[in-house]
Design a protein around this ligand. Sequence first.
Ligand SMILES: [Fe+2]
Length: 312
Amino acid sequence: MSIKNLGYLVVQSTDLSKWDDYGTNVIGMMKSSSMADNGSVYLKMDQRPFRYQVIEGPFDGLLYCGWDAGNEADFNALLEKLSAKGTAFEKIEDAAVLAERSVSGLVRLADPSGNQMELYWSTDAQSNDGVAFESSLDVKEFVTVGDDGSDMGLGHVVLNAPTDFEGVHAFYQDLGFTDSDVTNMDDKGLGHIYFMHCGARHHSVAIWNWGGPCPETNFQPSPESKAPGCGHVMSEVRSLSEVGQCLDRVNEREIMVVSSLGEHINDEMYSFYHLTPGNFAMEFGYNGIQLDEKWETTHNTEASHWGHKWQG
Ligand SMILES: [Fe+2]
């Protein structure tokens, strides 16, 4: 059994209004109208009721990656597999929490380096609120559906894995992820990254054996955060024009651009990176390649063909 996609992110914020403004007026996401008001900011990118849930709390950071296990049978099979491997997880049975996530089954666990996550399954009605996505900006749509019609999730996430790196790699393999690319930049002092897929998207998660402040933003996760740090998350649009227009909005608001426009070698994405109100970066890009079952793992020693110059 395998995870199907990165279904949602739960972000904590000291100031919800920052995410409300950033999500809608910089990224072009839509405020959800279908989730019950529980004080969270819910941001929608497609047919799902939300892709980002932002909750108020004592520090700014990513709390949980929400991984979609598909249906109930696949979810239960995945839990059996985790149990057989001796991986601990906490079953969340509080109906209020399930409703907050719009799911029917939920467990919480962490990878061996401490990155927190939730695995879930949801019904068709819970995963599609029937409200068409419409951005108030010039974002036509976010690329969340693959060319094969599959749900590719909201994008990807890159997580620091400063301890037990190979154990973290094995952990994601146990969840059904496969290596798309291995980029080894040890010769430049930039470490080693496993880019892993669970469907058509080139990678839904990447793990980086980075122990210091997140390389993209130079931010150290707050001491209250149990996670070793999210480097960046990625949102994908359909055209270079939409990427450039987002760059204009970021510059107009003097948001920190943490990496210039560039082209990645492994997923061929044209993108730039900027700092979100969550102390992790957002990669905003287009042109990411999609994989099929014949894909063979690639190996690289560089991240980009051109551009992607880190600032600071
Ligand atoms: Fe990325």
